[in-house]
Design a protein around this ligand. Structure first.
Ligand code: UD1
Length: 361
């Protein structure tokens, strides 16, 4: 069986990494990774292939930056050529980015079976490009790999047949467990001159907080009021926006280049609180026992809110300051119930692809 996995962004590389290694090591499968080129900076893409020991992509579509329509349409045209030249039996698509949408539409139009990894997540907020993408990808998919009960229920509620859905768990949790020894050994906290549990980790890159400069200004102003040191790995998109809102230098803030996965997980683990608009980091904070304040109005991971590890503060200064105060006072609960599975999602996906029964383990 010929399997192609299409990715293009940092979070997609991370959440597919263990699955890529498993499929690549399986002699029964003929496997290729296709990179759309959506993320093109070394620190956003190649660095992760190297850190995670992944095989180089068989093709890079080189799409680069641009509007959503430009990015999606260009990836579609270029991917169609690749799939016409060398048709796979199935296309795997992780996550909710424009790269995921482009791959799903091309596969569906070419009648190539498509499997969505991280299916069924919903924020019910169609202003977010990721929500548009994940809904469309799910409805183009022939196989849907869900991370949680809620994701499975969401899909059934939208009329997707139970036979197409495999609740396998969250591949990001697999990757986190796999990385733990390296996270333990990382010295990034000391190297940055920080003290464990005495700093906040901030990340912000989502369109709602960067395209709207007022929101970014409020987030920066809220961060400045905190009596904690803040470490802020800055996404390339945010770096440009920070220049135009003139808040590149804050006294309590250490702005750094994007970091690798091990360093990022260590910074999450040792932070007193995480402030983020990332989807993945909300879950990583939950798994690593660090309270999280999400700089968005909605989340596709309400499980983390229900289990009292996360709260939504949007870009509202008062809410951010209050939520951080609450998080510092209450901390995060111990990880007793994990709705995101047992760390074997990638293995189950491989079993389903090979026609084996993932429930027989
Ligand atoms: C994308 C995803 C988002 C995910 C994020 C992780 C979509 C709609 N969004 O957002 O869900 O959380 O990746 O990072 O797909 N840029 C660079 N170098 C890079 C990558 C981006 O300079 O390597 C700049 C470009 O100028 C680009 C801007 O950042 O215009 C935005 O990049 P883009 O890939 O469109 O989306 P992200 O914000 O990274």
């Amino acid at each position: 069986m010929k399997v192609f996995l299409v990715l293009g962004t940092r979070p997609q590389i991370i959440k597919s990494s263990l699955l890529i290694s498993l499929i690549n090591g399986d002699s029964e499968l003929d496997f290729k990774v296709i990179h759309t080129g959506q993320h093109h900076d070394y620190a956003m893409s190649q660095a992760f292939f190297e850190e995670l020991g992944l095989p180089s992509p068989a093709a890079n579509l080189g799409v680069g930056s641009g509007s959503h329509a430009y990015q999606t349409a260009t990836m579609m045209t270029r991917l169609e050529h690749v799939l016409l030249d060398d048709p796979p039996d199935i296309v795997l698509v992780p996550g909710d980015t424009n790269s995921a949408l482009a791959a799903a539409l091309v596969a569906a139009k070419m009648n190539i079976p498509m499997a969505h990894i991280e299916a069924g997540a919903r924020s019910y907020d169609m202003r977010m490009p990721e929500e548009v993408n994940r809904r469309l990808v799910d409805h183009c998919s022939s196989l849907l790999f869900t991370p949680t009960d809620r994701c499975t229920r969401n899909l059934i509620g939208e009329g997707i047949g139970k036979a197409q859905i495999h609740q396998v768990g969250d591949t990001m949790y697999d990757v986190l467990l796999h990385q733990l020894p390296k996270v333990e050994a990382s010295d990034v906290v000391e190297k940055l001159g920080l003290t464990s549990k005495k700093y906040a980790l901030l990340t912000a890159h989502r369109a709602e907080n960067t395209d709207n400069l007022d929101n970014l200004r409020i987030i920066m102003a809220a961060a400045e009021t905190l009596s904690l040191k803040i470490v802020f790995p800055v996404h390339p998109r945010t770096r440009r926006c920070l220049k135009s809102v003139d808040c590149e230098h804050r006294s309590n803030m250490q702005m750094i280049e994007p970091v690798g996965l091990t360093e990022s997980l260590r910074l999450v683990r040792d932070a007193a609180v995480v402030l983020t608009d990332s989807g993945g980091m909300q879950k990583e904070a939950f798994w690593l026992g660090t309270p999280c304040v999400t700089l968005r109005e909605t989340t596709e991971w309400p499980e983390t809110i229900e289990l009292k590890s996360n709260s939504l503060a949007g870009s509202n200064l008062k809410k951010i300051v209050k939520s951080v105060g609450d998080a510092l006072r209450d901390g995060a609960p111990k990880l007793i119930v994990n709705p995101f599975g047992d760390g074997a999602a990638s293995e189950r996906i491989l079993e389903v692809l090979k026609g084996e029964d993932p429930n027989s383990r």
